[in-house]
Design a protein around this ligand. Sequence first.
Ligand SMILES: C[S@@+](CC[C@H](N)C(=O)[O-])C[C@H]1O[C@@H](n2cnc3c(N)ncnc32)[C@H](O)[C@@H]1O
Length: 217
Amino acid sequence: MSDGFDRAMIGEECWIRSTDQTRRPLPTRRWLGTSDHADNPADQALTSCCDGPTIDLGCGPGRLVAALLRRGVVALGVDISPTAVAVTRFRGAPALHRDLYGPLPAAGRWTYALLADGNIGIGGDPLRVLARTHELLAVGGVAVVEFDRPGTGMVHRRLRVETRTSAGPWFPWAEVGIEQAAQLAAATGFRVHATAEVSGRHIAWLQRHPMDTEVLR
Ligand SMILES: C[S@@+](CC[C@H](N)C(=O)[O-])C[C@H]1O[C@@H](n2cnc3c(N)ncnc32)[C@H](O)[C@@H]1O
């Protein structure tokens, strides 16, 4: 089932509310790729290493999938939101309306997997997200993962998406500081290849171990 991000995917002004009653605006314009602030360098950093088949897990409106296709890279978006998938396809980029834990094509053969804009926090279970990403990647493949700022730790929340006129269902999410990358990687069959801060966003490149290791599930 979609988690209420649909309204954000068409650029509607949205907020994310936590059960502690804090509320912050969602970067809907950044997701659509229409914002003109300094996000392009971060988007470029997320995709620049991708020179082979790339799966974007929780692709939102598909700007990264579209950017990869423009460079001639085979790419596929996956999202649980039907609106996100429709917008991605409207851009001319392929996307599947699926849960990332459902059956996906070419499992075990992708060269890159993107977890952009905090998607390691999907479902409130970063270990499960990374273990699933490990399954999807080929040996030696790379997960490009956006974390939260250093010092965030591992914060489990229940969130919902709100607009001026509606509130979606509560769903679990995790905020994960980049300092957690090495530990999470080691627990899920990856090693940290590199990390970078770009325009205030924190990215880690996690390489799937050349040999299969026991993966935490
Ligand atoms: C924070 S947004 C990030 C969107 C996109 N990666 C970007 O950077 O623009 C999270 C996205 O993950 C999707 N999502 C959440 N849970 C999912 C799941 N289990 N499987 C696939 N997509 C999921 C949401 O619908 C939403 O589009």
